[in-house]
Design a protein around this ligand. Structure first.
Ligand code: FEO
Length: 390
């Protein structure tokens, strides 16, 4: 697509990647993604804010062909989906400088081999004049790497946020005017990318209260001309207490664990507890991450493979721990053939979450009546605790 004006002095550039299905070789992308860049043309200088993934460099370079000169490239975040085309832009504009945080300098040099002489560090709160437009830089580490900055354009009350407030959503629309679709994509994105840093994001949200913001321009997904939509969503995801929701990732090899999972789901629902089960052999891990945004309890269901948990449960436990959700309680249910250490392995993998563990229910072979009674007691315990945290 050609550059699209979002104001007299600001254009929306970048690439929609409708076909990408995996990000960082890790995250499924059911709706593709976009790499947004922005051109700010002041009366004296012109700045490009972020670039695009190297696979889409040609699109950005074509867009810049009609743009005249570039004096500065603002690198808000060094990850390659935003910085990967900076080397080509610098080649095209030999006098252009990169504006970036002090932490970004070595990362730009290491990841992209950019000449350090072409990098100008910007301080937190620094106002950088382009003539009749000003870029104010806000250091915002860990959204999503330590070097990240946001850029505020006070004359137009536009906030450029790079990964923060983004969504993996390829669309021809400029603005987020499909609230259900965008909310879902932004929540999934928050869960996968931002949730591990929610304590820090809480501070960033507080700081942004001091800015008058009319438009939020992230570097993935549509822009927000009603910024309250995404700001309120983030406040809820970051600050609200956990909901009355159990996330239940599980695998079953010969049916015993699945019988237990089905019984526990039914018992929890009878007690007024919502459950999101995820059969790990078929599930989209992005959906699991999204459910973790609000859940208060996680129950892992696992058969025993040799002496440990099923590998898909190992992977899910690692992911749950890495995402640092608001979870308060954990439990483990499952089955074994002769012996096993599945419990210890899952607890060890999720140790960083400091969960309070409920009594596990591990069954030898097929579950019996007394095992179903144990699952009922586990459901009682979860329901009682959820009243306290929900
Ligand atoms: Fe969109 Fe952290 O890169």
């Amino acid at each position: 697509m050609k550059p699209r004006k979002i104001s007299e002095k600001v254009s929306f550039l970048g690439a929609q990647d409708f076909d990408r299905r995996l990000f960082d070789e890790l995250l499924p992308l059911p709706n593709g993604t976009s790499y947004n860049a922005y051109l700010v043309e002041g009366s004296e200088k012109t700045a490009l804010i972020d670039t695009v993934d190297p696979k889409k460099s040609e699109i950005l370079l074509d867009q810049l062909a009609g743009a005249g000169r570039i004096d500065y490239v603002v690198s808000q975040h060094t990850e390659q989906d935003h910085s990967g085309t900076i080397p080509q832009v610098l080649e095209l504009y030999p006098d252009a400088k990169v504006l970036a945080s002090p932490k970004a300098r070595s990362m730009l040099v290491d990841h992209l081999h950019i000449d350090p002489e072409r990098i100008r560090e910007v301080e937190d709160g620094e106002a950088f004049s382009l003539g009749d437009r000003t870029l104010e830089f806000i250091h915002a580490p860990w959204v999503h790497w330590p070097e990240t900055i946001l850029t505020y354009l006070p004359e137009e009350r536009i906030l450029f946020t790079c990964d923060l407030f983004g969504s993996h959503l390829a669309t021809t629309e400029i603005y987020a005017h499909d609230p259900v679709c965008v909310h879902d994509a932004a929540k999934r994105y928050y869960a996968e990318i931002m949730m591990p840093f929610r304590k820090i994001i809480e501070k960033h949200l507080k700081r942004l209260e001091g800015y008058e913001i009319e438009t939020i321009c992230p570097s993935h997904g549509p822009l927000y001309d009603e910024p309250g939509f995404i700001l309120d969503a983030y406040r809820s995801w970051v600050l609200d207490p956990p909901a009355n929701l159990v996330v239940l990732p599980y695998a079953s090899m010969h049916g015993s664990t699945e019988l237990m999972v089905k019984h526990l789901i039914s018992a929890l629902v009878e007690r007024g507890v919502e459950v999101s089960p995820f059969n790990l052999t078929v599930t989209d891990l992005g959906r699991l991450a999204e459910a973790l945004v609000e859940a208060g309890v996680v129950v892992f269901g696992t058969p025993t493979v040799l002496t440990g948990p099923h590998p898909s449960v190992v992977s899910a436990a690692y992911l749950v721990a890495a995402l640092r959700p608001k979870l308060k309680y954990g439990a483990i249910i499952g089955s074994y053939g002769w012996a096993g250490k599945a419990l210890d392995a899952v607890k060890s993998l999720t140790a960083p979450l400091k969960l309070k563990w409920l009594e596990p229910v591990m069954v030898k072979g097929l579950p019996r009546d007394e095992d179903y009674a144990s699952l009922d007691r586990l459901a009682d315990g979860i329901a009682a605790r959820n009243k306290g945290i929900g």
